[in-house]
Design a protein around this ligand. Structure first.
Ligand SMILES: [Zn+2]
Length: 366
């Protein structure tokens, strides 16, 4: 069986397979209404995210399965000192698949590693949230007919916005993508994303501070929120904040067939006067997220039935692993990593070049 922790755990072909499956589910709901009868999804949320949890639960119910839920896992098991691994083992006795959200990076991988069922990462802090990324891809696919060749503008906080990094990762596997990175200098995309993802993939990119100057070129406008607390200089924040707000006046200069996405919840970075614009897709994208969760739950449960004895753990399977004895002697230094707070979690370090290792849970370099 396999788990999906990061968007890159799915190949480009598998993402397409999920898109095709989601489209078929939309066309033929009756065919899928009972397809997972007798199967159970457990939602295990250590951090509240009611909308994400409801999306997973609705997806499972629409496939004829049932749902058991630990909506506030933090107060029930973690408060008693139970590790994520032990909790996942217990839940394995009740359910066929887990959707898990946790406040520590790598928690879903830890659960997948020792549990006996597929785990879908429903978000681990800002680290990964793969089903949200697939929601954007389905939205782009349905609205634009495909992903290749699009000019995608990312607007706002590109430094801390991990949904941005995840979508850039996903786009890096398509061809002819141009990225327009629009942010204040303080919140520019980190250099490592440019060096490790954008340049090797051959995507074209430009960096700019002006949404107004670049909006006319964009096929996709991906908005994010600029948070006041991210700025050292509050006067700079006050000066800039309105230039990254998308409103009807700015939309007049956008392409007639562009589409607007947003990770939600929206605060004020998209004016409500854009909501009724047919190019606004941030609410459609929520529905598409549910469709992609349906497709992924079905795929993983079917794969687990076909290959119950294999275990695919994303990055820990894709890349070369440090020998276990050596890994026991190393330690990840990231305090947000699950191995840091739960030291009984077995260390896994992986390498691409055979020399430089990084933690499989949080991807921090050793
Ligand atoms: Zn780590």
């Amino acid at each position: 069986m396999r788990s999906v922790i990061d968007i890159l755990d799915l190949s480009k072909e598998e993402v397409q397979e999920l898109i095709d499956s989601a489209l078929d589910m939309i066309e033929n709901p009756a065919k899928y209404a009972k397809i997972l009868e007798g199967k159970k999804l457990a939602t295990l949320f250590y951090e509240p995210s009611t909308r994400t949890r409801m999306s997973f639960e609705a997806a499972m119910l629409e496939l004829g399965g049932t749902v058991i839920s630990m909506a506030d896992a933090n107060s029930s098991s973690a408060a008693k000192g139970e590790t994520v691994i032990d909790t996942a083992r217990v839940i394995s006795c009740y359910a066929d698949i887990i959707a898990m959200r946790h406040f520590k990076e790598g928690a879903a991988l830890a659960a997948a590693n020792k549990g006996s069922m597929p785990v879908i990462n429903a978000g681990d802090v800002g680290h990964c949230h793969p089903t949200q990324t697939t929601a954007y891809l389905l939205t782009i696919y349905r609205e634009k007919g495909g992903v290749d060749g699009l000019t995608v503008g990312f607007v706002g906080d590109l430094k801390y916005g991990r949904t941005v990094h995840s979508l850039i990762n996903a786009l890096s596997r398509y061809s002819g993508i141009k990225l327009v990175l629009i942010s204040p200098n303080e919140l520019a995309l980190p250099r490592y994303v440019i060096d490790n993802t954008i340049i090797p993939s051959g995507m074209e990119y430009v960096e700019t501070t002006s949404l107004e100057d670049s909006i006319a070129d964009l096929d996709i406008i991906y908005m994010t929120r600029i948070q006041k607390e991210r700025f050292d200089d509050q006067a700079e924040y006050e000066r800039l904040k309105d230039s990254y707000v998308l409103d009807a006046a700015k939309m007049k200069n956008a392409k007639a067939d562009c589409r607007v996405l947003h990770p939600l919840p929206r605060v004020n970075e998209i004016s409500v006067d854009v909501d009724d614009d047919p190019r606004a897709c941030y609410f459609k994208q929520v529905l598409n997220g549910k469709y992609m969760r349906r497709a992924l739950i079905l795929k993983l449960i079917r794969e687990a039935e076909a290959k119950p004895d294999t275990k695919e753990l994303g990055i820990a399977t894709r890349l070369k692993r440090m020998p276990e004895e050596q890994a026991k002697r190393c330690r990840c230094g990231n305090p947000k990593c699950i191995t840091f707070t739960e030291p009984s979690t077995p260390n896994i370090f992986v390498t691409e070049d055979g020399e430089n290792y990084r933690c499989a849970y949080c991807e921090t370099a050793l």
